[in-house]
Design a protein around this ligand. Structure first.
Ligand code: ING
Length: 303
């Protein structure tokens, strides 16, 4: 067996005016708690350093850019990397990435994988950006990810780390079966997913009461259909006027939920995840080589 002890480090609300220094102290506290419980890896939510700023329309790009990190680690986040190295606990962190590529400024909704030596061993940029690109005042709150971020340009990579094959996805990605299958085809054994999910979805309020059900449904399905562990971690609670779901969970390759948070605040849920349990599904019911029929799936990748 290859047991990886994983901590789902759910965060409660982050206020608009909360400094990165204070937020990083909350992250470090969860990392220290995880170390005390023998965790090897801690998973933080999407955009874990700031409030979920796409809920507002900003005219001034400088105001938007203030939510982005220009270097990782930077002065504010270095303490998290130092603690990871000191305690020998790796982590997955979501943040807004501002970088210069092809001679221009690029904005991505990014997540990195950091190993137990405090080194970045993987990076992913969110592919499925939900919401809208223009100000839509009819909404109780905005969801302007299509305005503030570019579509991720790194594909869905997997990384050899923590004794297994680790994949990363971000929030809305978890609702799309293709996300898991592209990583499943690369042998992924654990997918790490942070999210900020409002209870209310303005275009479809009739779904609101099913928010937690849909959250669990998509991650349980993704886990089972690809024989992989899935760790989903929320930024939860009433954040700047918007209620966001918690429901952070750790899902086994069987599709069973084996760990879960039960509050809407900063909370660590822990599970001992044997990566070898993936084989029972990858070698039988979801033996892709034996059972998949790609010739029949063309429509999925046609524009
Ligand atoms: N948030 C939400 C998510 O996919 C959403 C957007 C909410 C889509 C509710 C559909 C229904 O979980 C992010 N940040 O993607």
């Amino acid at each position: 067996s290859r047991v990886l002890t994983v901590g789902a480090a759910q965060l409660g609300p982050i206020a608009l005016n909360e400094s990165r220094k204070v937020v990083v102290e909350r992250l470090v506290s969860l990392l220290e708690q995880a170390a005390r419980h023998g965790c090897d890896l801690v998973v933080y939510p999407e955009l874990a350093l700031t409030t979920f700023f796409p809920r507002w329309y900003f005219e001034d790009q400088a105001q938007v850019d203030a939510f982005f990190e220009r270097q990782m680690p930077g002065p504010d986040t270095q303490p998290l990397f130092d603690t990871a190295r000191k305690l020998g606990v790796g982590f997955c962190l979501g943040y807004a990435e501002l970088t210069q590529e092809d001679g221009r400024a690029r904005h991505f909704n990014t997540s990195i994988l950091v190993d137990q030596a405090g080194e970045i061993v993987g990076k992913y940029r969110k592919v499925h950006l939900p919401g809208h690109a223009e100000h839509e005042p009819w909404r109780a709150f905005q969801h302007l990810e299509k305005r503030y971020f570019e579509t991720g340009n790194l594909g869905f990579p997997v990384f050899r780390a923590f004794g297994g094959v680790i994949g990363i996805a971000i929030c809305n990605d978890r609702r799309w079966s293709e996300t898991y299958r592209v990583m499943g085809l690369q042998g992924v054994e654990m997918v790490l997913i942070g999210y900020n999910t409002p209870v209310h979805n303005p275009p479809a309020p009739e779904h609101d009461n099913l928010s937690n059900f849909h959250n669990e449904l998509v991650m349980q399905a993704g886990a089972y259909q690809n024989g992989t562990w899935v760790v989903g971690v929320a930024k939860a609670g009433h954040e700047e006027g918007v209620d966001q779901i918690g429901n952070s969970i750790i899902v086994a390759p069987s599709g069973e939920i084996v760990g879960a948070c039960s509050t809407l605040g900063d909370e660590l849920a822990i599970a001992r995840c044997d990566l070898d349990l993936t084989q029972s599904y990858k070698n039988t019911v979801f033996n892709f080589a034996m059972h998949r029929e790609p010739h029949a799936y063309g429509l999925i990748v046609e524009r």
